[in-house]
Design a protein around this ligand. Structure first.
Ligand code: SF4
Length: 362
């Protein structure tokens, strides 16, 4: 076991307190090795010095310093820990905590937009839908959606020219993959469709993923009936499986959207030594952190700050998320699922912002 700087333990013993907080173990040159949280920072930090094997002992062998911040409550400590890990990606958090991967469905901004599964969200103006915990399942469902609507899912560098661009594209061309030949893609790579027709299919995909369109399911049902009429029961059965997966996909998206939209309130949390906090939670994300008001003038001041913060987020769509935001939403949702009684501390944002009733004396 590598020896530790002896003053480090003394520093923790002499200065840390047993209260909620987030801590950082630091290595040579101050790089962050590990971020953690605890409701009792001092006890937790001292426990690291007792480890003599395994990954914690290895990390402690590299540790040269430790820093901590007190956080008023466990909820805030959980969120702060996650944000620090997202920002700094400390080596021992990344190596030893399996990072959960989320899948998203992306509709690209190409001339003929593609629909593809991705695991990262980029600020590229494309539309993203998710997150989904089961990456492989999403990839399969995206393939089903692309086929149901005959939208392309080929690589970004596939040249496309629509049928209405005939002056550039005289004579036509063979599709660049089997999907064009089998009719499961409108084949804009071969000029086989008009741009307006292709765009209509993309609009159907968007409507479906936003939960207010049934286009792909209807098309699959039509294909199923046609296959059954031809007595091609094997094909009909494959289409039925696709239909089931797409129904599940839409069901998941609408359930998740509903859950996020419900996570929208002011949440008051008692804090260490009376440092109570008030969190503005909008669509599952923490959009504001305020001291809980203690008097009427205090409440008026905080109300003005909450109103200002809320203005910036009120119109945002529930599923307008990048990967970090998705992780935060899932963390907040998980907190209230694990601790349903905490919802009793929540007040509707509108109720909090409403002017006080002059008939009620506070
Ligand atoms: S048929 Fe053409 S446009 Fe459609 S997926 Fe294949 S290569 Fe892409």
């Amino acid at each position: 076991m590598p020896s530790l700087h002896p003053s480090l333990k003394a520093h923790v013993s002499g200065h840390a307190e047993d209260r909620p907080g987030v801590y950082r173990w630091l290595g040579e040159d101050g790089q962050i090795l590990y971020v953690g949280k605890s409701v009792r920072v001092k006890s937790r930090l001292l426990s690291y010095f007792r480890e003599d094997r395994g990954k914690i002992a290895r990390m402690m062998g590299e540790a040269r310093d430790v820093a901590w911040d007190y956080i008023p409550n466990e909820f805030a400590a959980l969120v702060r820990e996650m944000r620090l890990i997202q920002t700094w990606r400390p080596r021992y958090n990344v190596q030893h905590k399996r990072k959960r991967r989320y899948g998203f469905i992306k509709i690209t901004l190409d001339l003929a937009p593609r629909i593809i599964p991705v695991t990262r969200v980029a600020a590229d103006g494309a539309s993203y839908y998710g997150p989904f915990g089961r990456v492989g399942w999403v990839a399969e469902a995206v393939g089903d959606l692309a086929r149901a609507l005959a939208i392309r899912d080929c690589s970004a560098d596939t040249p496309v020219q629509f049928g209405d661009q005939f002056e550039i594209f005289a004579g036509g061309r063979a599709p660049r993959c089997m999907r064009g030949d089998t009719g499961s893609c409108l084949a804009p790579c071969a000029g086989r469709c008009l741009s307006a027709d292709y765009e209509k299919r993309v609009d159907e995909a968007r409507a479906f993923l936003q939960g207010h369109g049934q286009g792909p399911l209807r098309r699959l049902r039509e294909q199923m009936s046609e296959a059954a009429e031809r007595l091609d029961f094997e094909y009909a059965s494959r289409i039925r499986e696709r239909h089931e997966r797409l129904e599940k996909l839409q069901h998941y998206l609408s359930g998740f959207r509903g859950q996020i939209e419900n996570l929208r309130f002011m949440y008051r949390v008692p804090g260490f030594r009376g440092n109570d906090r008030l969190y503005l939670i909008h669509h599952g994300r923490i959009r504001g952190d305020f001291p809980a008001p203690r008097s009427t003038p205090d409440r008026n001041r905080i109300r003005a700050r909450v109103r200002e913060a809320h203005r910036g987020y009120a119109g945002k769509a529930a599923l307008d998320l990048d990967a970090n935001a998705a992780a935060e939403v899932l963390l907040v949702a998980n907190w209230f699922n694990r601790k349903p009684k905490e919802r009793e501390r929540a007040v509707a944002i509108e109720a909090f912002l409403a002017p006080p009733d002059p008939r009620v004396h506070s």
